[in-house]
Ligand binder design. Structure first.
Ligand SMILES: NC(=O)c1ccc[n+]([C@@H]2O[C@H](COP(=O)([O-])OP(=O)(O)OC[C@H]3O[C@@H](n4cnc5c(N)ncnc54)[C@H](OP(=O)(O)O)[C@@H]3O)[C@@H](O)[C@H]2O)c1
Length: 317
């Protein structure tokens, strides 16, 4: 699988596909999680996405299960230095029942917890999982920069941030000589929600055209989540969620069906190839619950979309 630089200064790299570890240890049992991780690495994947809070909302979940499973897998299989491990802070449950946010002490203590559960001495990428507009950015960014200075984090990322907040926080970091966010993680796929719809999934922020433009013009890396719309592209009995219901979706699904047929590839594979080879280049995070689903996704990493078929997909709006 192809690798690309994530952050030249830190020497971090990412594989064309990232493996989403969110369900590991809750809805996906440990044995299956290990098999998925093994297969991903065997296929040349190097980048794993988790978070301190995965997955507290699942019945019986507390948060931390995903990192713990990845940690036990790393301890058993080794090879940590060949991997790019990303985790996040900010969306865990706070004392008041809302999000924990990005206060400096939260960043520090949650980072310690993530490192402990993963059994590693550093994260390759650490994200602010969502915006915190209460805590001054100066305080959050100083705490993140301190982690980079301490060597417990290599590169920083922002997830679920609006374009203007991303630009503002990066400018502030630059003024202070601190490490800026170089990775962005946002919800993004081939079909898009209706304009101005609020996504029902708390905290999810969709990549706007402005954000895509910012990422491209500043050479940042965009990681996209919920790229597979939870399997809706390939399961006839699973309709797209209601907020995707608009005429542009019908046009996109028709284009997707046409291109899939012409290429002899599945819709899932075409969507992933469209993301990987587009502008800006996207690193799709694939969430899977079986090795068979992963195998279907892995084939997309080498799928080249001929120019005219990419145009067919792009022009369906
Ligand atoms: N930064 C954030 O706020 C944020 C938010 C959400 C997710 N994420 C990251 O992104 C990752 C993926 O997100 P996600 O799980 O929300 O979305 P997703 O990747 O769109 O959906 C994953 C689900 O799609 C189905 N699927 C996968 N491959 C398939 C295939 N080949 N054929 C048919 N169905 C298939 C499976 O459903 P079944 O299990 O039902 O079979 C799988 O559990 C997470 O693990 C996490 O790392 C980040």
């Amino acid at each position: 699988m192809q690798q690309r630089p994530l952050d030249e200064a830190a020497g971090t790299r990412v594989s064309a596909l990232t493996l989403g570890a969110m369900p590991f240890g809750t809805t996906v049992d440990e044995e299956t999680s290990f098999a998925i991780l093994d297969r991903f690495v065997e296929a040349g994947g190097t980048t794993i996405d988790t978070a301190n809070c995965y997955s507290f909302w699942v019945p019986g979940g507390e948060g931390g299960e995903s990192e713990s499973v990845v940690g036990r897998w790393l301890a058993d299989r080794g090879g940590r230095d060949r991997l790019t491990i990303a985790s996040k802070v900010g969306s865990g449950l706070g004392a008041d029942g809302g999000a924990e946010g990005l206060a400096p002490e939260v960043v520090r203590t949650q980072l310690e917890g993530s490192l402990r559960r993963l059994g590693v001495d550093h994260l390759d990428l650490y994200y602010a999982h969502r915006e915190d507009r209460v805590i001054p950015d100066e305080e959050t960014l100083a705490a993140f920069h301190q982690a980079v200075t301490d060597g417990t984090v290599r590169s920083l990322g922002a997830s679920n941030h609006t374009a203007w907040r991303l630009a503002e926080t990066r400018a502030l970091a630059e003024r202070r000589g601190w490490t800026p966010y170089t990775a962005v993680q946002q919800r993004y796929s081939y079909v898009r929600p209706r304009p101005n719809t609020t996504l029902p999934e708390g905290g999810h922020v969709h990549a706007s055209d402005e954000l895509l433009d910012y990422v491209h013009s500043h050479g940042l890396t965009l990681f996209a989540y919920t790229t597979l719309i939870w399997g809706a592209y390939s399961r006839p009995g699973q309709p797209l969620p209601e907020h995707y219901d608009h005429p542009g979706t019908d046009r996109r699904l028709r284009a997707l069906a046409k291109v899939s047929e012409e290429l002899g590839a599945s819709p899932v594979q075409v969507v992933l190839a469209w993301l990987i080879g587009g502008t800006p280049t996207v690193v799709p995070i694939v969430g899977v619950s079986s090795v068979a689903q992963l195998d279907e996704c892995l084939a997309a990493a080498d799928l080249e979309l001929p120019r005219e078929l990419r145009r067919t997909l792009d022009e369906a709006v």
